[in-house]
Design a protein around this ligand. Structure first.
Ligand SMILES: C[S@@+](CC[C@H](N)C(=O)[O-])C[C@H]1O[C@@H](n2cnc3c(N)ncnc32)[C@H](O)[C@@H]1O
Length: 300
């Protein structure tokens, strides 16, 4: 997709700036309180009424418009709201038993895996040059899994294993640095049971867009197989800060994914060096999809 017209339109300004994310956060709070009298800012700074299908008694979510989608809308009739509220179509994540023995079984699989060893060796890699104070996870999915899949029995463990991997990253970093490394996770599908389960792994759930707003230069970002433009949001937040990116990223690397790239994503990623790439054929591809673990370069 040719993004030239969009780039010409926005010039060198980042789209996903803190102010837009904070506006969505405030609007979400107003909606929760039954108030629909707020506005959403479009690409050019003009204010628009909220989506008419929003209903304060129904769940809503924050929608992030990708650069690719904004380019397509550029000459259309509708305003382009880069960060706006939409009704949530997600099916409610059901309550479950957080003491279900399956979680211990899944942990056993992870703890005994060579992939865990591989991950710990990535943490010990000498390319890591600055202290990590926190890990921010975006879209790791609901930890109890999304049901069994006859074709792929590993799929149910996948989201929980991603959370276990992050827990182990934090513990290893804390051990090496002799500091505290906190872990925050954001996924609009988390429920109260997820909160209890993840607390046991010392992972704190935050609401969208808090995770994005927390990311700074000493953060490691984990966003595996996400279905919205996480990398574009992160790249713009750092463009706004005038710095080159977080300390590390574990996430997508292919340009045509559901978390699409952009020139700015490519620029940000050029400051990173990939340490571990997981792809089809790898034993843990089932758990981590097409993803890459990268540290920011020493000079990045
Ligand atoms: C394709 S799933 C990936 C789940 C898991 N990481 C995996 O590899 O299978 C995408 C996840 O992103 C989550 N998501 C969607 N919008 C989000 C947002 N604004 N912030 C964080 N997570 C979000 C979805 O709820 C879903 O769990």
């Amino acid at each position: 997709m040719d993004l030239t017209s969009l780039y010409n339109h926005i010039k060198d300004k980042p789209v996903f700036i803190r102010k837009r994310l904070q506006e969505a956060q405030d609007n979400m709070e107003s909606l929760r309180q039954g108030d629909l009298g707020w506005g959403e800012t479009d690409l050019d700074g003009e204010e628009w009424n909220p989506d008419s299908s929003l209903d304060p008694s129904q769940p809503a979510r924050i929608h992030y418009e990708s650069y690719q989608d904004m380019a397509q809308m550029l000459f259309g009739p509708d305003p382009i709201i880069p960060v706006g509220l939409r009704p949530s179509m997600e099916i409610q994540n059901p309550s479950y038993d957080v003491n279900d023995p399956k979680f211990r079984q899944w942990e056993k699989v992870w703890v005994q895996s060579t992939e865990r060893e591989k991950l710990l060796s990535c943490i010990n890699n000498s390319n890591r040059h600055s202290p990590i104070t926190q890990i921010v996870c975006i879209g790791l999915g609901i930890p109890q899994g999304e049901g069994e899949d006859e074709d792929d029995p590993e799929v149910e463990k996948r989201n929980y294993v991603q959370h276990l991997a992050v827990r182990d990253m934090a513990q290893e970093l804390a051990r090496l640095q002799n500091t505290d490394v906190r872990v925050f996770a954001q996924d609009p599908q988390y429920n109260e049971d997820d909160k209890t389960l993840l607390e046991k792994l010392s992972i704190t759930i935050v609401n969208d867009p808090e995770a994005f707003l927390k990311i700074d230069e000493s953060t490691f970002v984990v966003a595996i197989c996400t279905s919205f433009p996480v990398r574009q949001v992160v790249a713009d937040l750092f463009l706004e800060r005038g710095t080159k990116g977080p300390a590390g990223i574990w996430g997508h690397f292919d340009p045509g994914s559901d978390d699409p790239a952009s020139e700015r994503v490519d620029t940000m990623m050029s400051n990173f060096v990939g340490i571990w790439t997981i792809g089809e054929g790898d034993e843990f591809w089932n758990y981590f999809g097409d993803s890459r673990f990268s540290w920011k370069r020493r000079d990045g």
